[in-house]
Every structure is written in structure tokens, then in C-alpha cells.
Design a protein around this ligand. Structure first.
Ligand code: SF4
Length: 168
């Protein structure tokens, strides 16, 4: 029987792709398990997609003129914000039904990313993840760290299925 084309975007490093700034990955075992086998998991690395190398110098989120910006830590004049936002727009048109985000990432983090501000340090979302949510507010999104919680994992899958059926 053909699988229904339910597509979940996943931060590529969680699927074992060695795309992190340090050349490593953060493979998440649960994504290999049966519960996710009926979905089409689409590996997405926004930082590689905008042309950055592996390895690369790390970036972080700062606040500038009241906006979150993703800049290289060593050289803050290198600002990747606009490219990451543009890439999110492209991914928003890829018929995804959910997204699993790498926590704390300046690109992929969803509500867990450290924001460096002179006023007060806080947590926010990575530029790519926030822009994707802005384009598709109802797209189910959660982070790798939430998948260890069975209830959160089940709820996410229910939300993905509901979103898929709502799109048909
Ligand atoms: S967190 Fe996102 S941008 Fe960073 S390596 Fe993983 S997929 Fe790429």
C-alpha cells in the first residue's frame, strides 16, 4: 500500500547528517523508530542551504534595532538573517505538514535559542524557525528535546495528521 504523502521537515543534523558548524551531527534515535516510519522525513539544514560551509564559524542571535539577527560570533558584521528568512520562504512552499527543530540553534531552534542582548538575556527562536512559523502559523512544530516526552510526541503526531487532512 502506498504511504500517504505526509511530509515532516527535520533539522538535518537530527537525521544524522554531519552539517553542524563543528562538522558533527545530533542524530536522534527516535526518528529511526517505527512511529516515524510512516512519514516522509525531509532533511533540511538552513545554514548549509544558504551556502555556508561545514565546518564553519558559529553564529548566534543578537538584538539589533529591536530585531533578532543571526550573526557570526567572531565577526558580527557577517549577518545571515535575511538569507535564512528567504530560505524559510522557500521551505514554506514545500508542502510540509510539520517540522522537528534542533533546539537552541540560532537557525532552527524553536523558543529555546539563547538571545544575546545588552538589556537582558532571553530565549527566542532561530531565524529560520521563526520565519517558517510566521509564514505558516498553523504548521505543527516542536523541538528534538520534546520528543523524549511521550505525550508531547503523540500530540505532535496528532497535530501533523490533522494539519495534513486540513490541507487536502
Ligand atoms: S541546527 Fe539547523 S542549521 Fe544547525 S546544523 Fe542542524 S539543521 Fe543545520
Amino acid at each position: 500500500m502506498l504511504k500517504p504523502p505526509i511530509r515532516i521537515g527535520v533539522s538535518a543534523c537530527l537525521l544524522g547528517q554531519s552539517v553542524r558548524y563543528d562538522g558533527g551531527h545530533k542524530q536522534l534515535a527516535i526518528l529511526q523508530q517505527e512511529i516515524f516510519q510512516s512519514f516522509d522525513l525531509l532533511a533540511i539544514c538552513p545554514e548549509v542551504a544558504i551556502g555556508l560551509s561545514v565546518p564553519r564559524k558559529p553564529m548566534h542571535i543578537i538584538v539589533s534595532a529591536n530585531e533578532f539577527r543571526a550573526v557570526q560570533i567572531q565577526n558580527p558584521s557577517l549577518d545571515f538573517t535575511d538569507q535564512l528568512k528567504q530560505y524559510a520562504l522557500k521551505i514554506a512552499s514545500e508542502s510540509l505538514h510539520g517540522f522537528i527543530c534542533k533546539s537552541r540553534s540560532p537557525s532552527c531552534g524553536y523558543l529555546s535559542t539563547p538571545v544575546h542582548s545588552e538589556v537582558k538575556p532571553e530565549l527566542g527562536s532561530g531565524i529560520f524557525a521563526q520565519q517558517l512559523k510566521d509564514y505558516l502559523p498553523r504548521l505543527p512544530m516542536l523541538e528534538d528535546t520534546d520528543l523524549s516526552n511521550n505525550a508531547a510526541c503523540r500530540l505532535f503526531i496528532e497535530q501533523v495528521l490533522a494539519y495534513f487532512h486540513a490541507q487536502k
